[in-house]
Write a new protein. Sequence first.
Length: 170
Amino acid sequence: MKPEILELGMGIKKIIPVLHNDDRGFLGELFREDWNDFIPDFFPKQFLISQSKPGIVRAWHRHLQNQIDMLFVRKGTLKICAYDGDKNSKSYGQLIEIISDSKTPELIIIPGHLWHGTKNIGTETSETIYFINNLYDYDNPDEERINFDDSSIIDPKTQKLFDWNMEKSS
C-alpha cells in the first residue's frame, strides 16, 4: 500500500508508511522502487547511520550535486530543519522545522540544495538512518558547511538568527 505523503514546502516531504499491526508488533514499507510518482528519480546508493547525544546540533550543510537526503529517526527525537538560502529561489528565506521521533515511523525527504541540519531534542541518544541518492566522494565531498549559528540563517518568524533552542511554533 502506498504511504501518506505530506508536502511541507520547498520540495520537503514527509512520508508516513502504512503500518500493518498485529499482536507481534507492526510491519511497514519505508521505500519501494515503484514509488517514483512521489519520489521521482530517487534511487538510494548509500545508507548512513548517525548517532547524536541529547542537545547536539548537526548543522548546517547543503549538497552541490543534486543529492536528496531521506532521513529516518530510528531512536530518539530530532528537530529537522531546512532553510532556502538561494537568493534566486522563489522560496528564498523560508525555513521549515519538523519534529520526528522513533515512536512514529516516518521518512523526511530533503532536497540537498537546501541548508539543512538536525538537533537531538530528546533525553536519549538519537539514531538516524540516512538514505542518499549519491555516493559520498571522499576526495571531493559534494557539500558546503556553515556553523549551526551562522548569521545567514534567519528565522522568518522572528527576523532574527535562527535559534535551535527555541520551541517549534505552529
